[in-house]
Write a protein that binds this ligand. Structure first.
Ligand code: HEC
Length: 107
């Protein structure tokens, strides 16, 4: 009986904690990661090395920092429509989007 109660408490705690890890919603668990090289490693998968896309995904190497941050912020808020970026951008905190924009545009 005692074991079952303990398991239930741990299970409930995990249920509460899990969405914070999964959504990257700026929770305490995600606040700290501003490793910009790591943050942008995801982007090259679709946008190509250095943002120079060889496929159907738009190249992002021609954008300056303001344009990049504006696009990401609008994808996050839903102000700009998209098929994929509207799902990716909300996964980052505003501080992480700033770090990403700096890393990708070099300023
Ligand atoms: C799974 C593929 C994929 C990944 C990963 C991805 N993107 Fe995108 N990106 C797209 C697509 C597709 C579009 C076109 C808009 C749409 O349909 O969402 C786009 C559009 C953009 C645009 C707007 C370009 C323009 O000129 O309008 C920016 C900026 C951008 N992505 C930045 C990023 C950044 C920064 C990352 C990494 C954090 C990233 N993307 C990761 C697929 C991806």
């Amino acid at each position: 009986m005692r074991k079952i109660i303990k398991g239930a408490v741990v299970g409930a705690a995990l249920l509460i904690a899990a969405p914070a890890y999964a959504s990257g919603d700026g929770s305490a668990a995600n606040q700290g990661n501003l490793n910009s090289a790591l943050l942008v490693s995801n982007c090259v998968v679709c946008h190509g090395q250095g943002g120079d896309s060889q496929g159907h995904t738009p190249s992002i190497d021609g954008l300056n920092r303001a344009q990049m941050l504006n696009a990401l912020t609008e994808f996050k808020s839903g102000a700009r429509k998209g098929t994929i970026m509207t799902r990716i951008a909300p996964g980052y905190t505003d501080a992480q989007l700033e770090a990403i924009a700096s890393e990708l545009t070099g300023n």
